[in-house]
Design a protein around this ligand. Sequence first.
Ligand code: UDX
Length: 440
Amino acid sequence: MKIAVAGAGYVGLVTAVVFADLGNEVICVDVDPAKVDAINKGKSPIYEPGVDELLQRNLEEGRLCATTDLVYATRESEVIFICVGTPPTETGEPDLRHVDEVAATIGRALNGYKIIVNKSTVPVGTGDRVRRIIEQHRVEPHEFDVVSNPEFLREGSAVHDTLNPDRIVIGADNPRAAMKIVELYAPLERPMLITNLATAEIIKYASNTFLALKISFINAIADLCERVGADVVQVAKAMGYDQRIGHAFLQAGLGFGGSCFPKDVQAFAHTMQRYGLDPSLFQQILAINEARPAQFVARIRERLGDLQGKVVGILGLSFKPNTDDIREARSLEVIRLLLQAGATVKAYDPVAMPRVRAIYPEVIYCRNAYEVAEGADALALVTEWNEFRQLNFERIRDLMRQPNLFDGRNLYDPQRMRKLGFYYYGVGRSADSNEFRGVL
Ligand code: UDX
């Protein structure tokens, strides 16, 4: 099938390389000539495991190319995916400007029947809006259909998630268009649901909001655990064994960041309001999340006292492991609060340091975790990269001025750390020394 993908961000680029790899002819479109250039040279403009290999292979085999020319790409294709960004406006509602621009250009370029598939995360009703814009800009009277096909990929495992989705949602008001998209996804052999446009648009927000709800829920429980001497890790584990609940997204800690959850929950709250419904459940998910970094830094201050002249080391800066994305990363707020309190901040992240350096040049960026620990009064784990799991903690302890460990992701075993001589704080984990715990 001939496909165009408008927008070469995380979603667009991954969609493009995966569809090319499945044997389709794909034209990747982006307004940024530097991105287009990089893609045509086989260099992924995003850090995402597996993308470079797929990009190079499909460029070499002539199934993929990139351009800034959306008119050309539209004319050459049967299916056009809209994967442009929908950043939040000041009110928290998604800015649909780029979606509108792409729709207008597609309208002007129509030279035959096309299916326009929206993958950008957009509020319910946007499919109809795209349809209206294309109609308004259509020069020749060609038919077209609009489909909503929400994307559930996670950064860091985007290629894997795109190839192995739990489900594929295809929202279309015309069965002809739906069947074409079913055909496109058939090689993946995954469950597909065909719905109307509005249903598909809601599925995306409802899913992301529910996952964010799980995280804020367990974080609220973590706060209670701290007050009463309980351990939230065990609470979550026991809850997760109930198959109706499941273990996923019940890790307490610094909360969620990234380009999706914070903005999607906020947008969904707005949608509720727009339709006269109570948004407070959704607002509360955000409120709990926003309080996490300040609470974490408060624990550091309780331990160290005045932070003037104190050195705090940060392990991990990206919003989660395996990505260089720092959008809404918890590290940014933790660093801001530490600097504001007068601390000297050292940090290390395997890939995200250049991005954070642009925001906080005053932070001391290090080559590894040990360099961060050197002379530090506290070490704070913010992002649980794999390489932080098996550090040599005897060495870390000896390098630190004071062995204080603040585990923002509950990555480490509290008993082990305390035995090694650390003061250990884990989010929602009490300081009791019960040796007989765990799952038998
Ligand atoms: C998310 C959705 O998972 C994905 O389906 C959607 O398409 C885009 O948004 P992503 O933002 O890439 O994906 O990251 P995800 O792995 O879901 O993590 C989001 C945030 O939640 C991270 O900051 C992570 O650290 C945090 N998190 C996740 C927790 O704090 N606890 C958990 O138990 C799980």
